[in-house]
Design a binder for this molecule. Structure first.
Ligand code: FAD
Length: 404
């Protein structure tokens, strides 16, 4: 049974966990509130890791999500440097690495995601991922003029790192199994344009090929990668940018429903007093009904606030979470922004600007309705199209009169 005086415990002290805590306090919750995080840093922001921190424009002091006094004002019991390792949903207790067991009334899982690694590379030096401050500092230390960097994967994080590494004078090769690199989320036309921009900036792209393994010098240091077609690419450093997997290992066997993340209903509730927010949450989207997981910075904050609202609303009064996802990426002098969901779109049309001008807005459609909008260096215009995404406007009407 739930103890009404037991604390609300939030596991994961980053964007989603912090916004949950702030939402609870803002919503009037004055009871005990424990925020547990396995990193030793105060909550910090991840998007600058592959941008300003990697390039050296910022130091780590600029990454804090809130100044210490703002955290103090929340009246949290902040337990950093300790991971949650197990959950007993029957007793409503969470166990930490330091051996403590904390009873809870509500538990919010905000443990985010871990960078995926290539099998067998754990012990090799010179192989990097990019998820934490430590990852970014280690990669930054390796990036010197003339460093040969291989980036495995062509998602936003890999593409941003390529752009920064070229700015630092590195030789960069990007290897991706996609036929059109960078097209994964944006479609072939925009992907081709972005690939052109990378090539013009000196990045060598190897599309349509998998990395078979990472080569080493026999002394535990990576020396490059071997591709599936047996070619090799020599490197001083390898960045593995092949996505992230939700951090749910500690919940296995707890009875919390797991799939691609913590499986929640439309209100972000997983049952037994457990909620989820941010990258780790997979929730039944109230419009599509499909399990949906989003790895975007604004989503982390919005879902944390939604969980706080729903906890405070009380049983039976929680409301479905139906955000319009938003993500951005900075590469060279391009600002890319996406509203809604572009994956699985069956039509794409550029409605303003052009790929040639490297300034454009494209609308994405699915089943005849607008499902997403992407902009390149057209901040205001793409924001103006958000309404079409929210309303799922008929695609033909939203794109009427556009050039292509
Ligand atoms: C390099 C990089 C660049 C990015 N750039 C952009 C961008 O430009 N735009 C954008 O929209 N999004 C971007 N993102 C994505 C965005 O940063 C994430 O969506 C956001 O950080 C998710 O927040 P979160 O709080 O859900 O998870 P996380 O930020 O992953 O935080 C989860 C926290 O929980 C901790 N944790 C995990 N397991 C446990 C445990 N068992 N016990 C205790 N603590 C635990 C983790 O160590 C971490 O501190 C980027 C991400 C990365 C890595």
């Amino acid at each position: 049974m739930s103890d009404p005086l037991a604390p609300i415990v939030v596991v994961g002290a980053s964007a989603a966990g912090l916004s949950t805590a702030e939402g609870l306090r803002r919503g009037g919750y004055t009871g005990p509130l424990i925020l547990v995080g396995d990193e030793t840093h105060l909550p910090y922001d991840r998007p600058p890791l592959s941008k300003q921190l990697l390039s050296g424009v910022w130091d780590t002091g600029r990454l804090a999500l809130r100044p210490p006094e703002a955290l103090d004002a929340l009246g949290l019991d902040l337990r950093l440097g300790r991971a949650a390792v197990a959950l007993d949903t029957g007793r409503r207790e969470v166990c930490l690495t330091d051996g403590t067991r904390i009873g809870y009334r509500h538990l919010v899982v905000a443990t985010g995601a871990h960078a995926r690694r290539l099998p067998g590379t754990g012990e090799l030096s010179g192989v990097h991922t990019l998820r934490t401050i430590e990852d970014a500092l280690a990669l930054r230390a390796a990036l010197r003029p003339g460093t040969r960097l291989v980036i495995v994967g062509a998602g936003f994080v890999g593409a941003e790192a390529a752009s920064v590494a070229r700015g630092l004078g590195c030789e960069v090769t990007m290897v991706t199994d996609a036929a059109v690199p960078l097209a994964d989320g944006l479609g072939p036309e925009l992907g081709t344009m972005l690939a052109e921009v990378h090539r013009e900036n000196g990045v060598r792209i190897e599309p349509g090929v998998l990395v078979r393994d990472v080569l080493s010098d026999g002394a535990g240091r990576a020396t490059g990668v071997r591709l599936a077609d047996d070619r090799t690419v020599t490197a001083d450093a390898v960045l593995v940018g092949i996505g992230a997997r939700p951090a749910t290992a500690w919940l296995e066997g707890s009875g919390v429903p797991l799939g691609d993340g913590v499986l929640c209903d439309a209100t972000l509730y997983a049952g037994d007093g457990v909620w989820a927010a941010g990258d780790v949450a997979s929730w039944a989207h109230p419009v599509t009904g499909s399990p949906t997981r989003v790895e975007h910075r604004t989503h982390a904050s919005e879902s944390g606030l939604a969980v706080a609202r729903n906890i405070l609303a009380g049983p039976g009064s929680a409301t479905p979470f139906a955000p319009v996802p938003y993500v951005w990426s900075d590469q060279y002098d391009l600002k890319i922004q996406v509203y809604g969901s572009t994956r699985g779109a069956d039509s794409v049309r550029i409605v303003e600007g052009s790929t040639a001008a490297r300034k454009l807005v494209a609308l994405y459609g699915k089943g005849g309705r607008v499902c997403g909008a992407a902009g390149v260096n057209m901040v205001r215009s793409v924001r103006g199209r958000r309404a079409s995404v929210v309303a799922a406007e008929p695609f033909d009407r939203a794109t009427a009169g556009s050039a292509s």
